[in-house]
Design a binder for this molecule. Structure first.
Ligand SMILES: [Fe+2]
Ligand SMILES: [Fe+2]
Length: 207
């Protein structure tokens, strides 16, 4: 029943926002030593990792919205598998934010709620559009993470290791969505998504 599902998702949402995320895979770069960064670099790196953390909060909500509406059991299972990796990304970003002396975005409940609504809306259009939306999201995140690999302070090898592993995972998530029959999105939709993520990343860097 839809109401039961919604209650379960609400509970997952609360956990995403409030409980520390857990990771099955070890933290990438855990053997590297914590760099001695200048105060400005540290603040910059923490801001970038906050942006990435927000991205992962959104990923959680998107995947949850889509798992709620997915019709094909194989697609549903693939979505859940990818969602588990997004939980790990969440934990990794969180650990970097703490190490860099930063804090998570104050707007996380807003990011979460809007992404859940988006995921459910995409899901309502049917599996192939829902997966198409997901594949496009993952591709855009992958490109964005590539930008962060350039923007992070050169000495912050620990954050870089996390971002590099996430980038690899997101590329795989896009491929999984394609393999399950994702439909390529029309250009205006892709551009709207790029615009929305620009607003999100610019805001989350500061708030
Ligand atoms: Fe992710
Ligand atoms: Fe992903």
């Amino acid at each position: 029943m839809m109401l039961d599902k919604l209650i379960i998702e609400f509970d997952k949402g609360l956990r995403t926002l409030l409980a520390p995320a857990l990771s099955a895979r070890p933290l990438p770069g855990r053997d590297l030593s914590e760099p001695e960064l200048a105060a400005a670099d540290k603040k910059h790196a923490a801001g970038l990792m906050r942006v990435n953390h927000v991205g992962e909060v959104c990923a959680q909500a998107l995947y949850q919205g889509q798992a709620l509406t997915a019709r094909d059991p194989a697609a549903k299972e693939a979505l859940e598998e990818a969602a588990r990796e997004e939980t790990e990304h969440l934990a990794w970003c969180e650990s970097r934010i703490h190490a860099l002396g930063g804090r998570k975005s104050l707007l996380n409940p807003v990011w979460y709620a809007s992404s859940l609504a988006l995921g459910m809306a995409a899901g309502a259009l049917g599996d192939k559009w829902s997966l198409g939306f997901l594949a496009e999201t993952e591709r855009q995140v992958e490109a964005h993470l590539g930008g962060h690999l350039e923007a992070l302070p050169a000495d912050d090898a620990k954050s870089r290791a996390v971002v590099a592993q996430m980038q690899e995972d997101e590329a795989r998530h896009a491929e999984t969505a394609m393999a399950h029959g994702a439909q390529a999105l029309p250009a205006p939709a892709r551009m709207a998504m790029q615009l929305a993520s620009k607003v999100m990343t610019k805001t989350a860097y500061w708030v």
